[in-house]
Design a protein around this ligand. Structure first.
Ligand code: UDP
Length: 238
């Protein structure tokens, strides 16, 4: 077997990735499948940090559009990410994989606080770290949290999971003419306003030279093949 080419990765899953074909919530089968793939990465010797969104439960901006205070909505969204993190913790532990959920908001009865040095220690010991509650601040997204945490923990690669195979010039599910980009710079993505991650997240990655792979994690074994050096999805670099 080829050795992994990455020692430490940060995988960003959207909340929607957990809900499958359901309209909301968490699909137990999908959760188990994703947990199994993450556990396999750990078995191969890769240190794995996870950021999971909360869009399957609450999005602050949507709540604000319904009349709720935006900051309150964002607090609800951040708590939604904690719910998803706990579900993933449970799924991984059922596979025998040690996990720590570390939250950017203090909820000590539920999980640990995010402390960078402690997070790195967990990773070194082979524990999956699920970074919950985003950045801990309203008006941010979990994409920005993923960029930030990837940089903070010194990840070799940030992986953003999507439903499609990578970055396209338009939504390939709607436009069959959409062009696929196998490699591009952050400035190209920003200039062309390509739908990759929000601007804050892209700028952070660009400025701190964090490489990003955008790929379909629903193709079984795809993340493992990437980790072993295959050119999968789209690569964004500074
Ligand atoms: N959120 C926030 N600050 C953060 C990260 C997330 O306020 O640093 C809130 C925000 O309301 C967001 C929600 O949490 O809509 C869920 O996160 P996100 O929309 O990024 O989840 P995803 O789309 O990845 O499922």
């Amino acid at each position: 077997m080829t050795e992994p080419v990455y020692k430490r990765i940060l995988l960003k899953l959207s909340g929607e990735a957990l809900m499958g074909d359901q309209g909301a919530g968490i699909d137990a089968d999908i959760l188990k499948r994703l947990a199994t793939e993450i556990d396999e990465l750990c078995r191969a010797g890769v240190e794995v940090g996870l950021v999971i969104g909360g869009g399957n439960i609450v999005r602050g901006a949507e709540k604000a559009s319904e009349g709720l205070d935006r900051v309150t909505g964002d607090h609800m969204g951040m708590l939604a990410t904690v719910i998803n993190a706990l579900a993933m913790q449970d799924a991984l532990e059922n596979l025998g994989r040690p996990v720590r959920v570390m939250s950017a908001l203090k909820i000590n009865q539920v999980c640990e606080d995010y402390i960078r040095r402690r997070a790195v220690r967990h990773l070194e010991k082979g524990r999956v770290v699920v970074f919950a509650a985003g950045t801990g601040n309203p008006f941010f997204t979990t994409d920005s949290a993923a960029s930030l945490r990837a940089i903070e923990i010194g990840a070799d690669l940030l992986i953003k999971a999507t439903k499609v195979d990578g970055v396209y010039s338009a939504d390939p599910l709607k436009d069959p003419e959409a062009k696929f980009y196998s490699r591009l710079t952050y400035d190209e993505a920003l200039d062309q306003r390509l739908h990759v991650m929000d601007t804050t997240a892209l700028v952070l990655c660009r400025d701190y030279k964090m490489p990003l792979r955008v790929m379909n994690v629903f193709r079984p074994g795809a993340v493992m093949r990437l980790i072993r050096g295959e050119d999968i999805g789209s690569l964004l670099v500074t």
